[in-house]
Design a protein around this ligand. Structure first.
Ligand code: KIV
Length: 272
């Protein structure tokens, strides 16, 4: 059975929500049964397309990532990031872009970065039938333009602002909220005060669930590693070792071997 918004909301207080990013069909087939939520994050712009940050990611790029993931999923809920400036101009363009992701790329919900200032827009999407995951704390789409990749919730003022934002987003109808790089204390306070689940990234273990970028946890993305990332595998070195062996085999004539080779029949060969 496919995971629904109500199922995710119902997990709060009962079982931690497991979320991870993916950007393509093959990865989606591998992880589908293992997680509750697959986030097609705009981090795909960095790990798949080599952008320095998420600002340049376009709707067309997100649609392509989402289509691949949707083809590979059977069970997990797919949430798609709305790219920078695809939901900032007005309600109409926001609705059109969100509909494209749901209608043509088969995702189940969209994610939007922003606090109280985004609550009216989120309400419009929810009223139109599109489930929305909100995202506060470190907001990667605007972090580089404003404050850099800083920790949020270090001071009383910052904590109060996060609490106010989280409440406004819940009231607007968001079904969950990503808390990125928020102090443990504030993430705990928000998680306890909201009836919708919080999904943490770099925000400690008091959140109702966790999300991580798959290239980070598998050790595939080597440009930088945020402090909050735990590496569960070192795939970059496994890939390099495999490619070295392949190159050696090609150079030494060991690959392809006979079992990888197709033959004519002897009879056909002789007549040739
Ligand atoms: O784009 C992304 O991968 C995200 C996660 C970091 C939450 O927004």
């Amino acid at each position: 059975m496919k995971i629904t918004v109500d199922y995710i909301k119902g997990l709060k207080g009962k079982k931690k929500i497991v979320a991870i990013t993916a950007y393509d069909y093959t990865t989606a087939t591998l992880i589908d049964e293992l997680v509750d939520i697959i986030l097609v994050g705009d981090s795909g712009g960095m790990v798949m397309l080599g952008y320095d940050n998420t600002i340049p990611v376009s709707m067309d790029e997100m649609l392509l990532f989402c289509k691949g993931v949707a083809k590979g999923r059977k069970r997990a809920m797919i949430v798609a990031d709305m790219p920078f400036m695809s939901y900032h101009i007005d309600d109409t363009s926001t609705l059109k872009n969100a509909f494209k992701l749901v209608k043509y790329a088969n995702v189940d919900a969209v994610k939007i970065e922003g606090g109280k200032e985004m609550s009216d827009r989120i309400k419009r999407l929810v009223d139109a039938g599109i489930p929305v995951m909100a995202h506060i704390g470190l907001k990667p789409q605007t972090a580089t333009l404003w404050h850099g990749y800083k920790v949020h919730g270090l001071t009383k003022d910052s904590a109060l602002k996060l609490l106010e934002d989280a409440k406004a987003l819940e009231d607007a109808g968001a079904f969950s909220i990503v808390l990125e790089q928020v102090t443990y204390e504030v993430a705990k306070m928000i998680s306890e005060r909201l009836s919708i689940p919080t999904i943490g990234i770099g925000s400690g273990n008091a959140c109702d669930g966790q999300i991580i970028v798959i290239h980070d946890m598998l050790g595939l993305y080597e440009k930088f590693k945020p402090r909050f990332v735990k590496r569960y595998a070192e795939l970059a070195s496994i890939i390099r070792d495999a490619i070295k062996l392949y190159a050696e085999d090609v150079i030494n004539g060991k690959f392809p071997a006979d079992e990888h080779t197709f033959h004519m029949s002897e009879e056909e060969y002789k007549s040739l």
